[in-house]
Design a protein around this ligand. Structure first.
Ligand code: PMP
Length: 348
C-alpha cells in the first residue's frame, strides 16, 4: 500500500477520538461507518467513471469466493456458462464453476513458451450460456489480454483481481467484474464486485443471503457485517488514487515501470529471459527466468539481502516474478534492475 495511505491510516484508524472510540471499533450500523462506506463508493465511482446502472458491492472474502458466488448469482435459468482458459487463475475459476453449471471452454491459451493470452477473435459461445468469464491479467503466468473479446449480448464477467485500478477500465464492456482487495485496493479480506443492475435478478433461491448480489445491493453491502477496516483503508486508497491523477496516471506509471523492467530482461543478452510474448506481457506481474536455473536461488537470496523481497515465482512455475502494483514506486524498479545488472555481471 502507498506510504501516504499507511501514514493517514495510522492517524485516522488507530487513534481514539473525543468519545474514546477508534475508527476500528465503529459498528457497521452506525453513521460514522456508513459515511466511510458512502465515501468509498462515491470515490470509486468517480475513479472508474462508472455508469449509473452499475452497482458497487463491498463484500467479505476473496476472489476465490466469487468463483462460486458468480455462477450462483448469474446462472439463472441457464445451465451453461462460458469460460476462457488463460492460465492458473482461470483454471481455478473453471474448476469451481463446474460444480454449478456446464462449463464450455471457449478459448484456451497455447501453454507453450512464449506464453500468450487466448486469441480474442472467434469465440463460439453456446446459444444459451449465462455469461462468459475471463481473467484479464493472469497473476501467476504474468500474461495479460491485449484486448477484450466481443461476446455480443452475453454478459462478459471478469476476474480483475490483479489488474483492477492499474489502468482505466471501460466497465460498460462488462456485465460484472470482481477483484479481491489485496493487490491495488487495500488489505485482504475485502472483495469489490461491480455488477450491472439487470443481472441482479438472476440469483438462485438457495444462494445464502450474504452471497446474494441483489440483497447486498439493496442493503448497501451491509446484509451482514462487512470488513469495515478493509473498507476504510480502501477509501483512503481511493482518495490517494484521485489525488495522484486517477487511473490514467496509474496506467502511465505502470507502463513506465514495466517497460524498464522488461528492457532490463531483454537487454541482458539472454542472462534473464521473459517467457511471455510481447504484447501479452503483464505490466503488473513481470515474470522472468535466469537462463541458468541453478542460479535462481542465489539470485533470490542475494536480492533479499538487499531488501528486494517477494521475488520468488509462483510455486507451480518457479523463476522470478516481480509484481508492480500501484504502490510500487519507480525507485523499487530501479533498485531491482540495478541489482539484476550487478548480479549478471558477477555471475557471468
Ligand atoms: N484471481 C486472481 C487473478 C488472483 O491473482 C488471485 C490471488 N492472487 C485470486 C483470484 C485469488 O484471490 P483470493 O486469494 O483473494 O481468493
Amino acid at each position: 500500500m502507498p506510504d501516504a495511505v499507511l501514514e493517514r491510516a495510522g492517524a485516522q484508524l488507530f487513534a481514539r477520538d473525543a468519545s474514546g472510540a477508534s475508527a476500528l471499533e465503529r459498528p457497521f450500523t452506525g453513521a460514522a461507518f456508513r459515511d466511510v462506506l458512502a465515501q468509498a463508493e462515491q470515490r470509486l465511482r468517480q475513479l472508474l467513471a462508472l455508469p449509473e446502472h452499475y452497482r458497487i458491492l463491498f463484500l467479505a472474502g476473496g476472489a476465490m469466493h466469487q468463483f462460486s458466488i458468480v455462477p450462483l448469482n448469474l446462472l439463472g435459468r441457464a445451465s451453461t456458462v462460458a469460460y476462457a482458459d488463460s492460465g492458473y487463475w482461470a483454471k481455478r475459476a473453471i474448476g469451481e464453476a463446474r460444480r454449478y453449471a456446464e462449463v464450455a471452454i471457449v478459448a484456451r491459451h497455447a501453454g507453450a513458451v512464449p506464453l500468450a493470452a487466448p486469441a480474442c477473435g472467434s469465440w463460439q459461445l453456446p446459444a444459451d450460456c449465462a455469461y462468459c468469464h475471463i481473467t484479464p491479467n493472469e497473476t501467476v503466468e504474468g500474461v495479460a489480454y491485449p484486448e477484450l473479446p466481443d461476446c455480443g449480448d452475453v454478459p462478459l464477467v471478469a476476474d480483475c483481481t490483479s489488474s483492477f485500478l492499474a489502468a482505466p477500465l471501460d466497465i460498460s464492456r462488462f456485465g460484472l467484474i470482481y477483484a479481491s482487495a489485496q493487490k491495488n485496493i487495500g488489505p485482504a479480506g475485502l472483495t469489490v464486485v461491480i455488477v450491472r443492475e439487470d443481472l441482479l435478478e438472476r440469483a438462485a433461491p438457495l444462494v445464502p443471503a450474504p452471497f446474494n448480489y441483489r440483497l447486498q445491493a439493496e442493503q448497501q453491502s451491509c446484509v451482514n457485517t462487512p470488513p469495515t477496516l478493509a473498507i476504510h483503508l480502501a477509501a483512503l486508497v481511493f482518495d490517494w488514487l484521485a489525488e495522484s491523477g486517477g487511473l490514467p496516471a496509474m496506467a502511465a506509471a505502470n507502463r513506465r515501470k514495466a517497460a524498464r523492467l522488461y528492457a532490463a530482461i531483454d537487454g541482458s543478452g539472454g542472462f534473464y529471459q521473459a517467457p511471455v510474448e510481447a504484447g501479452h506481457r503483464s505490466t503488473t506481474n513481470v515474470r522472468f527466468h535466469l537462463a541458468d536455473d541453478a542460479l535462481t536461488e542465489s539470485f533470490i537470496g542475494a536480492a533479499e539481502r538487499q531488501g528486494l523481497t517477494n521475488l520468488r515465482g509462483h510455486r507451480h512455475l518457479g523463476g522470478i516474478r516481480a509484481s508492480l502494483y500501484n504502490a510500487m514506486p519507480d525507485a523499487g524498479v530501479d533498485a531491482l534492475t540495478g541489482f539484476m545488472a550487478d548480479f549478471a555481471r558477477y555471475e557471468r
